[in-house]
Write a protein of this length. Sequence first.
Length: 123
Amino acid sequence: MRRNDRGLILLDALVGMLIVGLLLGVLAVSLSHQRNAATLMETQRRLDRLAEDVLTDLQAGRRPAAPTWDTEVDPTFSIVALPDAAPGDGWQWAEVTARHERRKASVVGAVPVSSLTPFGGTP
């Protein structure tokens, strides 16, 4: 082996290590973004479920329970009676919105008017 060949082999090894390091950096950033996206999707699914549970409680004539999560800030929900045409006698359309930090989920459904009275619905 000539002296110049050893220098080229060392240069090839250094370039290879540089490429591997760059790929590891890209992989680390991708994993971080994937983890953040998974957390946001989980929060959105939980908010969807909360809004649906509150609407179901209202439809069954039960008072919705205050939500508690294992986070620093518990989610909140609001119930708004919609002024649209009533779906039937004694029923009214309502929108339930669940919020947590900057995310929210809403569902609309028919509920008994008596369930809306404590939340500002018409008696």
